[in-house]
Design a protein around this ligand. Structure first.
Ligand SMILES: Nc1ncnc2c1ncn2[C@@H]1O[C@H](COP(=O)(O)OP(=O)(O)OP(=O)(O)O)[C@@H](O)[C@H]1O
Ligand SMILES: [Mg+2]
Length: 380
């Protein structure tokens, strides 16, 4: 086991991973059935870790699958997406010769491409295509179909996981591109696509609105938070496994301060663990939290400085628990302007990833930022 029992900022696996048993099983079963899946949750709640877990189980249970994963975060155009997609497909080959033959049979010669052999061990070779010149739109489908062709050629099934899929919504001519994706992917009989995205509203729109091309593309998961009871057990056990203790009211305080936000639970647990010799009490959790708040306060101040007065007022209302923004008394108590302006504020804050709009409520994304606003910024 690791020496330090808590981990954050990376995909967690093994002992660092907890719960989501039903969700993981459900996803695993979707992979077995080759059902496409979209997973949506706000940032840092644990999408990537959960998919990673389901893939681990798939890998252990069968050799019938080739697993391809790609992160679309930095792929800011259709061309970049497809170049990344081709590269991702090439990671499914373990022999240079095999990839070479596949490429010469399947990649149209009009697309500039090469197989690059690296000196490192991780990706000894990869397929690079270049779509930056000329109008390559007619080749888009050929590239998207590489996954199915690979499956058929290898006589295997393929799972393709695309993380940060929400970037697609920002592409120039995004709708047309989504139509192309759908047109190709839905014909693939040996491939399951798993799309992950964080911008809640945007992702929900991409796959949940009947007029959108990817509507009913497959199963849609809205990933919730890990329940307090599961975190409770996890944190207590991880302390115990490393020869330390944590008082039960201290764990409760930790979960209250972090609002069960996956990343922060792990971070605050680690900070508390560091300052604990034998047994952590509520005071240790609070001191650790004060340290964290201190460390983040510059960043929070900077974020807040970048907001307009009405946006800040909106956040003040959110912290006060306002839910009915159009009510007259709300508009009177907070300087947010007209009802129409409130709508703009909501959109901007969501775009800046400060808030998340769920169907029934709006939340601040970052529970520590919320704490800072309430206790350090709004309180004189
Ligand atoms: N099931 C879990 N058990 C324990 N910790 C978890 C779990 N899921 C997530 N975490 C914690 O939360 C952090 C963020 O998780 P992860 O990167 O999987 O989230 P994400 O939703 O993919 O985030 P992003 O939106 O930034 O891509 C992890 O580094 C880990 O500390
Ligand atoms: Mg992720």
């Amino acid at each position: 086991m690791d020496k330090i029992p808590f981990k954050y900022g990376k995909i967690v696996a093994g002992d660092n991973y907890t719960d989501r048993v039903d969700d993981v099983r459900h996803l695993y079963e979707n992979f077995l059935a080759l059902t496409n899946t979209t997973i949506i949750s706000p940032r840092r709640w644990g999408k990537s870790s959960m998919v990673n877990r389901a893939l681990e189980i798939l890998r252990q249970s069968t050799e019938d699958y080739v697993i391809l994963t790609m992160d679309a975060f930095n792929l800011n155009s259709r061309e970049a997406f497809l170049e990344g997609y081709a590269k991702c497909v090439s990671t499914g080959f373990s022999k240079h010769k095999e990839l070479k033959e596949f490429v010469s049979d399947t990649v149209p010669s009009v697309i500039p491409h090469e197989i690059v052999v690296s000196t490192g061990d991780i990706f000894p070779f990869e397929l690079r295509i270049n779509l930056t010149t000329g109008r390559k739109e007619k080749c888009f489908e050929d590239i998207l179909n590489l996954t199915e062709k690979m499956a058929v050629r290898k006589g295997k099934k393929v799972v393709v996981c695309i993380d940060e899929f929400q970037v697609v919504a920002d592409y120039e001519d995004s709708l047309a591109f989504q139509r192309t994706l759908r047109a190709c992917w839905q014909r693939h009989e040996h491939v399951a696509y798993c799309l992950l995205g964080s911008k809640y509203n945007l992702m929900a729109e991409l796959v949940g609105k009947p007029k959108m091309p990817l509507y009913k593309f497959g199963d849609v998961f809205f990933l919730g938070k890990i329940a307090a009871a599961d975190w409770f057990e996890f944190v207590t056990k991880r302390f115990r496994d490393t020869g330390k203790e944590i008082a039960s009211d201290a764990v409760s305080r930790l979960l209250e301060l972090t609002e069960c936000h996956s990343y922060y639970v792990q971070q605050l647990a680690q900070l508390t663990w560091f300052r604990t010799r034998d047994r952590a009490e509520v005071k240790d959790v609070e001191d650790a939290f004060a340290g964290l708040l201190d460390q983040l306060s510059m960043l929070f101040a900077q974020i807040t400085e970048g907001l307009t007065l009405s946006q800040t007022e909106f956040l003040r209302g959110l912290c006060d628990g306002v839910t009915r923004w159009n009510a007259q008394e709300t508009l009177g108590s907070y300087r947010v302007g007209s009802a129409a302006n409130v709508k703009n504020i909501k959109n901007t804050l969501e775009k800046k990833e400060i808030t998340t709009s769920f169907p029934d409520r709006i939340e601040l994304q970052d529970p520590v930022y919320k704490y800072w606003l309430v206790h350090c910024f709004f309180r004189p």
